[in-house]
Design a protein around this ligand. Structure first.
Ligand code: CIR
Length: 254
């Protein structure tokens, strides 16, 4: 049994944080329809959706991934690197308290969940413009109690570690090597994104399938060529807010 925590797109998403993209108009109606279709894919993959109340004054609040790291034993509530995003954690912590013991990243630490790639008991942790050494050290302390090992990884040219690399099968990662050094993942199989699709490394593995943006058809062919089942979604509007498929949910395994 899996719960997927989500939150509908905020009406203020036009004021979202942007780091590597120029601001473009976001069609709120289309963004919401795409987000609902994404939730439908999660349901098809066996998730029960727990949708948090919309946050009209928190532009980036649809990107719930950044607010927590949900491990099997504990949920670590983050302190997001962008100050405007810190109030998003309150309602997420409230929801997660029903399922996990909680602990918290404290100042001066910052961590965005998008920087934490969990593979089994390994936490690859992006050192990015959002997640700092103090934050990753606190996460290491919380997670090591339960036998997790944390490995810091430098990220360059993109927002989060999971913009550059995500898990697509038990022993396989999808990677864009311009943004992260593949040597950090030397005991895993690596699939490179198609060079024409630099934003194509963000896939969401749920069970045996990945939710993946329809826009990256060449990389999708590479995934399917490796026998990976792909559930395609349209993410054009949330991509303008620098969001991908991992960012829009927190999966809680029960
Ligand atoms: C931000 O800059 O924080 C948002 N506009 C996008 C966050 C995307 N989150 C993610 O990839 N985990």
């Amino acid at each position: 049994m899996r719960i997927a925590i989500t939150r509908a797109v905020s009406p203020s998403i036009e004021r979202c944080q942007l780091t590597h993209l120029a601001r473009e108009a976001i069609d709120l109606g289309v963004a919401r329809a795409q987000h609902r279709a994404y939730e439908d894919r999660l349901v098809e993959l066996g998730c029960q959706i727990l949708r948090l109340p919309v946050e009209p004054d928190l532009p980036d609040s649809v990107f719930v991934e950044d607010t927590a790291i949900v491990l099997d034993e504990v949920a670590v509530i983050t302190r997001p690197g962008a100050a405007s995003r810190r109030p998003e954690t309150v309602s997420v912590a409230h929801a997660l308290a029903a399922y996990r013991e909680l602990c918290h990243i404290e100042p001066p630490g910052t961590v965005d969940g998008g920087d934490i790639l969990r593979v089994g008991r390994m936490l690859f942790a992006g050192l990015s413009s959002r997640s700092n050494e103090a934050g990753l050290e606190q996460l290491r302390t919380h997670a090591s109690r339960f036998g997790y090992t944390l490995k810091p990884v430098d990220v360059r040219g993109c927002l989060h570690l999971k913009s550059a690399v995500t898990q697509v099968a038990e022993d396989t990662l999808l990677i864009h090597r311009d943004w992260v050094d593949g040597a950090a993942f030397d005991d895993m199989e690596l699939i490179d994104v198609d060079p024409s699709e630099p934003f194509g490394a963000n896939a969401l593995l749920v069970g045996d399938a990945v939710i993946y943006p329809r826009a990256y058809s060449r990389t999708r062919e590479r995934l399917e060529g490796r026998e990976i089942t792909v559930k395609a979604v349209r993410m054009s509007e949330l991509a303008k807010a620098e969001g991908g498929v991992t960012c829009c949910s927190l999966i809680v395994q029960l």
